[in-house]
Design a protein around this ligand. Structure first.
Ligand SMILES: Cc1ncc(C[n+]2csc(CCOP(=O)(O)OP(=O)(O)O)c2C)c(N)n1
Length: 1033
């Protein structure tokens, strides 16, 4: 196939050369000689001026005279024009020939035949020789490029020598693995000692610009096919490709000083001996050791050292189980006794935290980096078992750290993410997180990814675990270079890590290091790997540990003596032994020591809230007025907004004039007033800038100029805190995780994530289950993230109706069967004890208050808000400034304030409900003229359950029948949650009847008529005072 391609290409070569030459003549004629000279010096500039597309996708056959070759030709021609002596004499001859042959008629002439226009034998011969030289040069250039693209396929990456890292044992046909393959390029062994001028797109020559083909092959082999496999030619940026080529192709670049070698050995000693120490002391404990990839520790330390030398002083890391203890001990440098004591079964857990330490809790550590003597902060984020789920959380926290220190380019804080090979390939969140990496409001300006590619996932062979050649292919979507490296070559690993850190610092883009290694034991130390991977583990058993291999190497090089090596080992063993002794004195495991994001000054020294009160959340009418004006106007000159939006703003102005707010205005006022108080507000999610329901409009777009936008919220006060509102990528898992991480960095910020529709929260279920609902209990970590989940049965069908409140409620930690003890600070105490707060506000004012309360509380809890859809524009769903003014607060319940409340003894039925259904019930009550007989009470905060307030209301209506009415189906919504709580509230003395839709598997009907019938049925029963007459409870 390739052969036929080449001969086809060869016959077209003259045609292509002729047109290229004609093009060149025209083009260079336009340049002054000076320009030509400059272009030859700056290849990168030149290629962009000539607009050649340099890189094709790896694996596709490249046309022989594609843009790349023609750019080479251009390069040569420009150099020749500037100075004929500057190019090889063969090129000189070639250009003389072509320049002289005017006009050329080479069309349809096969390679090697004579041009019809040739006038003399001499001239013909010269021309033929010159064309051979050109063809050979072009062939060599193709060959170089082939290695750059496909060399990694034959690199020796697997330390076990069993599997191919790309899961493909075939050798690309265009790599020169035997001399006969030179024929593919029209070359043969006789060409091996011919000298070829090297193109600008390679650095294998070092200081030489021309070398023999034999040497070219050797150097390409060294750079691309040994222990490092590089994937970068898919990157659409010439400068970045050149940078990588220069880093890896330059001859002898992989040279280490003796001091560097010794440091590397010392780090390998620590990594290896740490695992061995744990194995000796706790032979029957799971450790998820890093054995088989001990080089991980020196690798991470190199990344950190180099990054620090480039200006980084804050590193935020996320990693799975494998090697976590070793990373804690030897990278983060957590006290060893703190790690060892966790293996003691007698250790008591401290009051807080569920003791999920060894493989999951995070740490935060400030220390001096010994290599640079710089003060640095390192944190490892707490993570659940769910592999890769921590990735977006780490990114969010990193973004926040950068944001709060004004680091807009990621020069001082960065993230490192570790991955397992199976998880990196298999988990979709990896892809979602990569897609955040270059978005303005989400970028952390480059993450260094390190894959511990032990070529197995639990018991699963990689050939059954992925469809891509490498586990890292997902990174190609963001043009991140991927450096595969054989982990048994520590120097190659360290070099790759150094380049990766420099890459991040130079280009502020992601990069992946694939440490191809093995797993010495089973998935954990108790597992038998021979059951499933017998051949692999026969080889593993014969494997010489990397520490021994490297120590032997250094000793054979004379860099190290045996005595020095043994001392290094003994010193570290002693450190471990001493820590082990001290660990025995640790009696209590203080989980607080394992916080990845401490909030200095927010809590007392002992980690308690400074008070257990919450100030009223209202603000002055002037502030409301001011924000209202801001929300109804365009704060900048010469800005043309859409006429429809002008109408909306005029409508808002009218409301504000009358001291009325709708939903959008209430949100504006909550955000705006917090900004005034110096609280940063961030709202992120799909289409949040305008709002899915076109009600928000926080970003105005000029109708005449692209990308000219204005965020009026940022123009409210001169000294206000900044406001970020950002449309996210179409991801829930990734973006919610990101915002959770963002909220972790600082308690004094309101961080909100909005789902497009509430039901989409379930694609982020892992973040909800593993982090948000249980994070504090497992990891002592408070978090005040706010989730806005549009919810409501409005006939839109099963897909857009339910935010699944039942799931959130089911995960609340409150005891449903116990009436809580009432104290003076009951409300705040209840909030303090809960794992998250769930509200369904029925008025804009209450929405305003609950958002503000989130910040005024002396602690942080996640807040889940079921937000409205039709209520956004419902004429009744409005609030007066009076409900938001100074002194007012969030109402946990909204009691009936109408006729029923005036004569409570006459009330026959008391309906409890939450959210939008209130408006349907209230309207129906008016229609039926039952305002005196039926009272309606709205539950605004569903969890924690307002037991005390409800008891007061129930007692107030002694003759009323109690009903829970919800528009959701019986098995969905709130009923299962409220039922037991109502029962304890009434001390099991009165029944509380259910009114609502029947149970259903789908959250809503897709048929509009059925929807309306169901609604009417529900209203009929709600106001049928005989409906439950003969029933007992
Ligand atoms: C999301 C998720 N699914 C399944 C598991 C169960 N599990 C734990 S480790 C593991 C294998 C991981 O393999 P790999 O990513 O290659 O890491 P390694 O253990 O080999 O270091 C699996 C499937 C998990 N922890 N998380």
């Amino acid at each position: 196939m390739i052969r036929s391609l080449i001969s086809e290409e060869a016959s077209g070569l003259y045609t292509a050369l002729k047109s290229a030459m004609n093009h060149l003549r025209t083009l260079t004629a336009k340049f002054k000689p000076q320009t030509v000279k400059r272009l030859t010096r700056h290849h990168v500039v030149m290629t962009s001026i000539f607009q050649t597309r340099l890189y094709s996708v790896s694996g596709t056959p490249e046309p022989f005279l594609n843009g790349n070759h023609s750019s080479y030709l251009e390069e040569m021609y420009c150099a020749w024009r500037a100075n004929p002596k500057s190019v090889h004499e063969s090129w000189d001859k070639f250009f003389q020939t072509f320049n002289a042959s005017e006009p050329l008629d080479l069309l349809n002439n096969p390679l090697g035949s004579l041009p019809a226009a040739a006038q003399s034998q001499n001239r013909t011969q010269t021309s033929a020789q010159a064309s051979k030289v050109v063809a050979d040069h072009l062939a060599v250039q193709t060959l170089i490029r082939t290695y750059q693209i496909r060399g990694h396929h034959v690199a020796q990456l697997d330390p076990l020598g069993i599997l191919d890292a790309d899961l493909d044992s075939s050798i690309p046909s265009d790599l020169i693995t035997s001399m006969d393959k030179l024929g593919i390029y029209g070359l043969d062994e006789s060409d091996l000692d011919k000298v070829f001028r090297l193109p600008m797109t390679t650095f294998i020559g070092g200081s030489e610009s021309a070398i023999s083909l034999r040497e070219i092959l050797k150097r390409l082999e060294n750079a691309y096919c040994r222990h490092i496999g590089l994937e970068f030619m898919f990157i659409n940026d010439v400068e970045q490709c050149q940078w990588i080529r220069q880093k890896f192709e330059t001859p002898d670049i992989l040279k280490f000083t003796n001091q560097e070698k010794k440091r590397l050995l010392a780090r390998l000693v620590r990594s290896t001996r740490f695992e061995e120490f744990l194995a000796r002391k706790w032979s029957s404990e799971k450790r998820f050791g890093v054995e088989g990839c001990e080089v991980l520790i020196p690798a991470l330390k190199t990344i950190i050292d180099v990054s620090i030398s480039k200006g980084i002083d804050n590193v935020i890391m996320g990693m799975p189980h494998r090697g976590r203890l070793n990373v804690l001990a030897n990278v983060i440098r957590k006290d060893l006794e703190q790690i060892f004591c966790q293996f003691d079964p007698k250790l008591e857990a401290s009051e807080e935290g569920s003791g999920d330490v060894k493989y999951h809790l995070g740490v935060y550590h400030e220390r001096i980096n010994r290599t640079n003597n710089k003060h640095i902060t390192m944190s490892l984020m707490a993570n659940p078992s769910h592999l890769e789920a921590v990735n977006p959380v780490v990114q969010g926290k990193t973004k926040a750290v950068q944001f709060y220190r004004g680091d807009t380019t990621g020069k001082t804080a960065m993230s490192i993410l570790l991955h397992g090979d199976a998880a990196f390939a298999g988990q979709g969140i990896v892809y979602e997180t990569f897609h955040l990496s270059d978005l303005p409001s989400y970028t952390t300006h480059g993450t260094i990814h390190v894959v511990v590619n032990n070529q197995i996932g639990f018991t699963t062979d990689p050939r059954m675990a992925r469809s891509s050649p490498y586990p890292t292919d997902v990174a190609r979507v963001v043009n991140a270079p991927i450096f595969h490296v054989n982990s048994d070559d520590p120097e190659a690993v360290i070099y790759v890590c150094k380049v990766a850190a420099e890459w991040r610092s130079t280009f502020n883009k992601d990069v992946v290091i694939d440490l191809v290694c093995y797993r010495k034991r089973g998935h954990n130390e108790m597992d038998e790997p021979m059951f499933t991977q017998p051949l692999m583990y026969k080889q593993v058993q014969q494997q010489v540990p990397v520490l021994k291999k490297y120590a032997d190497k250094l000793m054979s090089e004379g860099v190290l003596t045996l005595q020095e090596y043994e001392e290094e080992v003994a010193v570290y063993d002693r450190i471990c032994e001493e820590a082990f002794t001290r660990a025995k004195d640790e009696k209590i495991l203080e989980i607080k020591e394992w916080l990845d994001s401490p909030w200095p000054g927010f809590f007392t020294q002992s980690g308690e809230p400074k008070s257990l009160t919450c100030a009223p959340t209202g603000v002055s009418a002037e502030i409301l007025q001011h924000i209202g004006n801001g929300a109804s106007s365009v704060p900048v000159e010469d800005f043309t907004i859409h006429s429809g939006l002008s109408r909306i703003l005029r409508g808002r102005a009218e409301l504000v004039k009358n001291q009325i707010v709708d939903w959008a205005l209430a949100e504006y006022m909550a955000f705006g007033s917090l900004l005034k108080e110096g609280i940063y507000v961030r709202l992120s999610g799909q289409d949040v800038e305008r709002g899915t329901f076109s009600h928000r409009h926080h970003v105005l777009h000029d109708q005449d100029e692209d990308k000219k936008t204005c965020v009026p919220m940022n123009h409210l006060w001169p000294d206000q805190a900044p406001y970020t509102v950002c449309n996210s990528s179409l991801s829930e898992f990734g973006v919610l995780g990101f915002e959770l991480g963002f909220a972790m960095a600082n308690p004094n910020a309101l961080v909100c994530w909005e789902a497009q529709f509430g039901d989409f929260n379930n694609t982020a279920q892992c973040i909800l289950d593993q982090f948000i609902s249980s994070g504090q209990t497992k990891w002592v970590r408070h978090n005040g993230i706010v989730l806005l989940l549009p919810h409501g049965m409005e006939g839109m069908g099963p897909e857009h109706s339910s935010a699944r409140p039942e799931r959130f409620l089911q995960m609340c930690n409150e005891d449903s069967d116990v009436y809580p003890e009432y104290t003076e600070d009951f409300e705040v105490n209840q909030l303090f004890d809960c794992n998250w707060i769930i509200v369904n506000c029925s008025t804009p004012a209450n929405y305003f208050h609950v958002l503000r309360r989130q910040i005024l509380l002396p602690f942080r809890k996640p807040l889940i808000i079921l937000t409205p859809k039709s209520l956004l524009r419902h004429p009744e769903a409005r609030s007066h400034f009076d409900e938001m003014k100074t002194g007012t607060s969030f109402q946990h319940i909204i009691p009936d304030e109408g006729l029923a409340a005036q004569n409570p003894h006459d009330v026959k039925r008391l309906i409890f409900c939450t959210g939008k259904v209130y408006y349907e019930l209230a309207k129906e009550r008016i229609n039926r003229k039952m305002e005196k007989e039926v009272a309606i009470i709205r539950l605004e905060q569903i969890s924690p359950f307002p037991f005390d307030l409800l008891r007061v209301e129930i007692d107030k209506y002694p003759n009323a029948e109690l009903i829970w009415c919800q528009e959701e189906h019986k098995n969905i919504g709130y009923y299962d949650y409220v039922r037991p709580r109502f029962r304890v509230t009434v001390q099991f003395k009165r029944p509380i009847w259910y009114v609502g839709r029947d149970p259903s598997a789908a959250p809503a009907t897709g048929n509009k008529n059925t929807h309306l019938t169901e609604l009417q049925d529900m209203l009929d029963v709600s106001f049928n005072l005989q409906a439950f007459e003969d029933l007992t409870f």
